[in-house]
Design a protein around this ligand. Sequence first.
Ligand SMILES: Cc1cc2nc3c(=O)[nH]c(=O)nc-3n(C[C@H](O)[C@H](O)[C@H](O)COP(=O)(O)OP(=O)(O)OC[C@H]3O[C@@H](n4cnc5c(N)ncnc54)[C@H](O)[C@@H]3O)c2cc1C
Length: 473
Amino acid sequence: MYIDPHSHHSIVIIGGGFAGALTAIKLLDRTEVPLWITILEPREELGRGVAYSTTEAVHLVNGPASTFSLHPEEPDHLVHWLAGNASQYGWTPPADIAGSFPPRCLYGTYVRDELSRAIAGARAGSTFRHIRASATNLVSAPHKVRITTSAGQTLEADEVILALGVFQPPLSPREASVADHPAFAASPWDVAALDRVADAGEILLIGSSLSMVDAVASLEARGFRGRYQAISRRGQLIEVRRNAELERDFLAEGPLPTTARALLSVVKAERRALAAAAKDWQALPLAIRPYILPLWQKAGDAERSRFARHLRAFWDVTAHRAAPDSYRAVTDAIAEGRFQHQPARLLALKPAGGLIAATLKTRSGTHRRSFGGVIDCRGHQLHDWRCISDPFVRNLVESGEVSPHSTGFGIDATPEGDVISEEGRVHRNISAIGHPLRGVAWESSSITEQRTQAIALADRILSKLTPLALAAS
Ligand SMILES: Cc1cc2nc3c(=O)[nH]c(=O)nc-3n(C[C@H](O)[C@H](O)[C@H](O)COP(=O)(O)OP(=O)(O)OC[C@H]3O[C@@H](n4cnc5c(N)ncnc54)[C@H](O)[C@@H]3O)c2cc1C
C-alpha cells in the first residue's frame, strides 16, 4: 500500500520509546503550524521503550523525581503529576515526592500520558498516528524521504527522526549453551525466569551494575532468601546514589584534557582532594557531566577509542548510581551474609541437571561451581552499527544512507544530530536522537540528555517547516 500524506510538514519518527515519544511531545507542544506526525513503533504503548516497559514495581528510575520532569521550564512537572496520578497506578508517593525515585513503569505511564495530552492539545489541522510496525528501509531524496515498513506500507516524509534506541547482541556461544535451561535468565527483566529461580539456593549474577540491582530487588520482592554470587571483570560494585553536591568546578580551572590519560589524571587528583577533605566522591560526576560533550568533541578518534576501551567501565560506575530503595535489597543481603561480590571472568556455562555449572576465572585460579539460577545482568548493548543484525539497521548501513561512526558507537552525524551518509553528505531531513549519537556525543542515553536533545531537535525541525507552511498558506 502507498500512503501519500499530501502534506508539507509530515514527520516520521522511527522508534516510539522514550526519545521518540518525547520528541513528538515537543513538536506538538511547540509548533505554530499543523503537523502530520507518524510514529513507527512495534510496541503497543508509546514512551516506554526498553527502560520503562518493566512491570516490576521495584525497578526504579535512577534519580529523584525532581530531576526527571519532561519539561525543564517546569521542574516540578513530574512531581505534580505523581502527586495527582501515582496512587491510581498503585504507587503511594512518599511525603517527599521530589526526593523520591519512582518505579520505571510509572515513569513510562507519565511519558505516555504526556504524549496523550500533547496530542489532545495539538494545533488544529495536526494529525498523529502510531503505526505498530518496524521501519525496514529508508531512501532519501532532497525534499522527501521514503520509508517502508514491516506492515508493507510506504510512507513519505519531509523529516525523519531515527529514535531507535539501543540493540542487543546475539547470545554468545557461552550463554547459548544454557539459553533454554530453566535456571537461566538472559536478563533481569525476564519475569518468568525470575519466578523460576526464586527458590534457588544460590544465584550467579553476571555483572554488578544497575541491572544487577534490578535482579536482586526483584528476587527479594519474590521472597528469595538464598545466596547471591555477583561477578564482574574489574570487581567494581555499583553504589547507591547519595545526595552529593557539586564541590568544585575543577575542569574549568585549566585547559580541558585532550587525552584519556590526562583526563584520568585530573579526575584522580580531584578524587584524592575530595577524600582528603572528607567529601563525597559522588560530587565528581556532577562536575564532569557538563564537560562530556566538549571533552569528547576535542578528543581525536584514537583517544575516544582509548577512553571507551580502558575508562568506560570506571566512568559507568561513577556516573550511574542506584536508587536507594532498590539498592537496599543489595545492602540487606550483604548484611545478612547472602551477597558476595568478586572480580571474575566467566569462562563457560553448562547444564548440570537442574543446576547450571559455571567456570569462573578468579584471581586465585579457575573454579567450577553450580548454581540454582544464573542471571545475565550485563545489560548488553550493541553500539557498533556494523555488527547490528536488525534488518533496518543493516539496510541503512548497506545502502550508505548512514555511516557507522568511526569510534564504533552509533552513526556519524553533525553535532546537532543531522545524519551523515557514507559519502559524507549531510542529510538535512534525517536526524537522530539518543543512542545512535553516542559516537558524536558519548553520553546520549539518559533522560536528561535526551530531554535536551528532543527540545533542540523539535526547534530545529520547526524552524525549517514554519516558513514552508506559511508560504503554502
Ligand atoms: C533497563 C534500563 C533502565 C534505565 N533507567 C534509566 C533511568 O532510570 N534514568 C535515565 O536517565 N536513563 C535510564 N535508562 C537509559 C535509557 O536508555 C533512556 O532513559 C531512554 O529510555 C532511552 O530511550 P530511547 O528512545 O533512546 O530508547 P528506547 O526507549 O529503548 O526506544 C527505542 C524504540 O525504538 C524501537 N525500534 C527499534 N528499531 C525500530 C524500527 N526499525 N522501527 C520502529 N521502531 C524501532 C524499539 O521498539 C524501541 O521501543 C535506562 C535504560 C535501561 C536499558
